[in-house]
Design a protein around this ligand. Structure first.
Ligand code: ADP
Length: 164
């Protein structure tokens, strides 16, 4: 059986912590789908199209990885695509409780799907989209914490002339 994993998240925007999980995930599964799980009630910095474009650029050279977006129930998407694993990354203890809840509800909703966790890479332990956005919005450099295309997009977004 082909092992297909879905790596869901907001990716608003994708960081090097996410990229680390993707690269390690590729080695474990036959196919990996990075899924922008779009929540219309959650205020996002980047539109889904902008996030898709950035992720596409980041995974361009990677085989067996693709990106998609979805705004429904995650286990439905997983079933529809024939995937059998949900991949998530774990950072500090603070991630643990929420991730545990999410894994349990998803397992209750579909017992055929397992959630697999990868520990954050040491370098990315404190990297989150939220912190990146906050630092960038105040003019701080986030170079090296995000892929270069994301760094450029953030600079555009927060530059005083709106990147014109
Ligand atoms: P959410 O939409 O739940 O806030 P994100 O889009 O930030 O999630 O991240 C998606 C997944 O990637 C989550 O499992 C999250 O824990 C994980 N993740 C985010 N940043 C990192 C990081 N720096 N290292 C490892 N995993 C991470």
């Amino acid at each position: 059986m082909k092992k297909i994993a879905v790596y869901p998240g907001s990716f608003d925007p994708i960081t090097n912590g996410h990229v680390d999980i993707i690269k390690r995930g590729i080695r474990m599964f036959d196919e990996l789908i990075v899924l922008i799980a779009h929540n219309p009630n959650k205020k996002a910095l980047f539109t889904v199209d902008e996030r898709l474009e950035m992720i596409r650029e980041v995974i361009r050279a990677c085989e067996n990885v693709r990106v998609d977006s979805f705004d429904g129930l995650l286990v439905e998407y997983v079933k529809r695509t024939g995937a059998n694993v949900i991949l998530r990354g774990l950072r500090a203890l603070s991630d643990f409780e929420y991730e545990f809840q999410l894994a349990l509800i998803n397992r209750r909703l579909n017992r055929d799907v397992e959630t697999v966790f990868l520990m954050s890479g040491f370098k990315w332990f404190y990297t989150s989209s939220k912190i990146i956005n906050e630092a960038a919005s105040l003019g701080g450099s986030v170079k090296g914490l995000v892929p270069e295309i994301v760094n450029l997009k953030l600079l555009q977004k927060y530059s005083r002339d709106g990147g014109k």
